[in-house]
Write a protein that binds this ligand. Sequence first.
Ligand code: GUN
Length: 298
Amino acid sequence: MSLDNIIDGRAIAKEVHTETEARVCALKAVGVKPSLIFIRVGEDPASRVYVGMKERSAMKLGIRSQTTVLPSDTPESQLLDLIKQFNDDEGVNGILVQAPLPPHIDETKIFSMVSPAKDVDGFHPINAGKLMLGEKGGFVPCTPAGVHELLIRSGVAIAGSQVVILGRGNIVGKPMAAILCQKESHANATVTICHSRTRDVVFHCRSADIIIAAMGASEFLKEDMVRPGATIIDVGVNRMEDPSQEKGYRLVGDVDFKAVQPIAGKITPNPGGVGPMTIAMLMRNTVLAAEQQVAKHK
Ligand code: GUN
């Protein structure tokens, strides 16, 4: 079976990191070492892993990072105060509050407290609004920005294409749609968002040139839902019960890779597809934040 239709997210992320590293060096030449704050609340195992990966990536690129871990019963007001403190700290360029947060904390309120200038996640309403309006200079959420970059750098034709996004979340689905329907080169797509109330998901998927699966349902996308030759991007990271594994589960995507890969035009593996790109975009956003803050203080 030929595997030459696989999009290598790790290799493309490496390309982006090389570009980011050059920008870190340029900042260092003017006496600035970019710095990024991670805030994690509670001990969600996936969040621990993700923040750990982001810390390691920052270190490799010469970005200073610091992680604050708070207990899961931390009052919302304490988290808001902590963010405010980092907002006011001129030595901090970027702030990331890892989601999900415990249920007693209002995520929207927290994301809105992060200074828009340090919002490397792109979750603040001002940055979300800039993306909707097609305004330049805002921060774009890392996962959809990473998917966009993967499509561009893999030579996938986006303009005029039919894109189906599975999932309407604020972190991936909605910003992804805003990116791809923008009136710009490498966008100009016709975008459909499918979700749990969509009447005929199979119909939409079968007419798509590009499918971006980000709804969090294990191996949901099967071969009979895909038009041969379509580009398939798998954003999902789900636990599937598997007694043969030491942990009792294994991680699977939203795409049934084995079934879909033979008929796809291009497809991301999982892991090794979108995940590394999310981190690459976070590092790039952090450097952008530092550059913008330097320019402002000139
Ligand atoms: N949880 C899942 N994805 C993300 C992300 O991109 N940023 C943050 N802060 N939390 C997440």
